[in-house]
Design a protein around this ligand. Structure first.
Ligand code: UD1
Ligand code: CA
Length: 457
């Protein structure tokens, strides 16, 4: 049988109190709608449609290829939204999965089980239902003699109906043609004055069509996001799911409840991630790495046996055995080759540090090409910016940069060369030379006695 999908994402999401369309709010760094689309796409539909409306441009921007969008100019309800797809789909023979763009936690396994169940039953409609401890806000599943007879929305439910705990998760499978003919019968005589998709169930019942309910095993999956409280709940649940996946893959998370890992992050086994850490974006972490508390790693690639100690690492490459921190800041375009050590209060930006190089303390390295086993003394600064342009500092293998050296770029330090502590280096230094760029020391004998601080002996 041919399979179609319709995802509704036209609503403003009034309860979010946001300028952003609801489905563009992020969970684990990805817009809600993208989670839903990922889960739907695993099922391989013949055609998929997203209904857009409020903030359409932003939603269309994140739609992958092969997904058609249809505009709903006025948001007159979920039934009205599905109707918008009619001109493109109403006549097709097949079954249609309808879901809402504000349900990022529903899994593709659940969707696939629901579709199979619907097909086996030969139903006209199958509703994915769940038992909610607090059903407030959801449409309630009303049953007669055990069979689903209709769905009543929160705002339309009487007291008896409000007590029903079985709710509509907002995911359905329909016989496609029957769906669209029932949609033309919808009326807006309800509390919200809208065309409810949920009323299709009662219409089917009146026409003696078979309606089934498929109970959801894990109700958490059905969480619909309507406000920021639910957004935070979904973030927690998604985070727990992502973290569990990494732990089952062999990663140790010391405190998973305070570890934030983006949906696209990859981590090798036997790595250890402490609590209060965030691993975000397209970050890839190899085997046996250690990421300690307070670290934040974004869009970076770490090989094996790398340690990030309470540091911020952005768009950086760290080769095996390299380490940074505590309190290091590796920024855009930093490349640390094997066994490099970058210590406390060191910032590296747009620079590559060759194998075994060390910058242990209080140093800024920007726009630099640094060879192997170079040693940076504490307080080294590459002065790379003249207010308008950035210039390059080149330092060759085994150079020894004395403490508190200022390297005024562009400048080149040769192999094995040394800069004396406190030097300001403005000219290139050749291989094996010692460059001293500071005023010579002069001692004035006895002058201290005339100084205000003098306390005698
Ligand atoms: C809906 C269901 C309710 C169910 C709940 C599950 C209806 C009438 N009610 O209620 O039974 O328990 O979801 O979470 O369907 N949308 C449009 N166009 C519109 C209106 C809505 O595209 O004109 C989209 C929204 O963007 C949203 C989705 O449909 O993604 C659901 O709309 P929402 O207003 O959140 O419905 P609920 O009140 O949660
Ligand atoms: Ca909702």
């Amino acid at each position: 049988m041919r399979k179609f999908a319709i995802i509704l994402a036209a609503g403003k999401g009034t309860r979010m109190k946001s300028d952003l369309p609801k489905v563009m709010h992020k969970i684990a760094e990805k817009p809600m709608i993208s989670h839903v689309l990922d889960n739907f796409s695993a099922l391989k539909f013949d055609k998929s449609f997203v209904v857009v409306g409020f903030g359409a441009d932003q939603v269309i921007d994140v739609l992958p290829e092969g997904i058609q969008y249809v505009e709903q100019l006025e948001q007159n309800g979920t039934g009205h939204a599905v109707k918008m797809v009619g001109p493109l789909l109403a006549r097709a023979e097949g079954m249609t999965l309808v879901g809402y763009g504000d349900m990022p936690l529903i899994t593709s396994e659940t969707l696939s089980d629901l579709m199979s169940f619907h097909e086996e039953q030969g139903a006209a409609a199958t509703v994915l239902t769940g038992i909610a401890t607090n059903p407030f806000g959801y449409g309630r599943i009303v049953r007669e003699h055990g069979e689903v007879s209709k769905i009543v929305e929160q705002k339309d439910a009487n007291e008896l109906e409000q007590a029903i705990q079985e709710v509509n998760t907002g995911i359905y499978v329909f016989d496609n043609r029957k769906l669209f003919s029932a949609l033309s019968l919808l009326k807006s005589d309800n509390a919200q004055g809208e065309l409810y998709l949920t009323d299709v169930i009662e219409i089917f019942k009146n026409e003696d069509e078979k309606v089934c309910a498929y109970p959801l095993e894990n109700f958490d999956e059905s969480l619909g996001i309507n406000d920021r409280v639910q957004l935070a709940t979904a973030e927690k649940l998604m985070q727990a799911r992502i973290n569990e996946k990494h732990m089952l893959n062999g990663v140790t998370l010391i405190d998973p409840t305070t570890t934030r890992i983006g949906a696209d992050v990859k981590i090798g086994n036997d790595s250890v991630i402490e609590g209060n850490t965030a691993l975000l974006g397209k970050t890839v972490i190899g085997k046996r790495c250690l990421i300690t508390s307070g670290s934040r790693i974004i869009d970076s690639r770490l090989s094996r046996d790398v340690t990030v100690n309470n540091s911020t690492v952005e768009s950086t490459i760290m080769d095996s055995g390299s380490n940074c921190g505590p309190y290091a800041h590796l920024r855009q375009g930093a490349v640390l080759h094997e066994d490099v050590h970058v210590g406390n209060f060191v910032e590296v930006k747009g620079s590559s540090l060759g194998r075994g190089t060390k910058a242990g303390h209080l140093t800024y390295i920007g726009n630099s090409i640094v060879g192997e086993k170079v040693n940076f003394g504490a307080g080294t600064i590459t002065a790379n910016f003249d207010g308008r342009n950035k210039y390059t500092t080149e330092i060759d293998d085994f150079a020894f940069i004395g403490s508190n050296t200022t390297l005024i770029a562009p400048v080149h330090i040769g192999k094995n060369a040394v800069t004396a502590g406190g030097s300001t280096i403005t000219k290139d230094v050749v291989d094996d030379a010692v460059a001293i760029g500071r005023a010579r020391q002069v001692d004035k004998l006895g002058l201290a006695k005339k100084m205000p601080h003098y306390r005698g002996n």
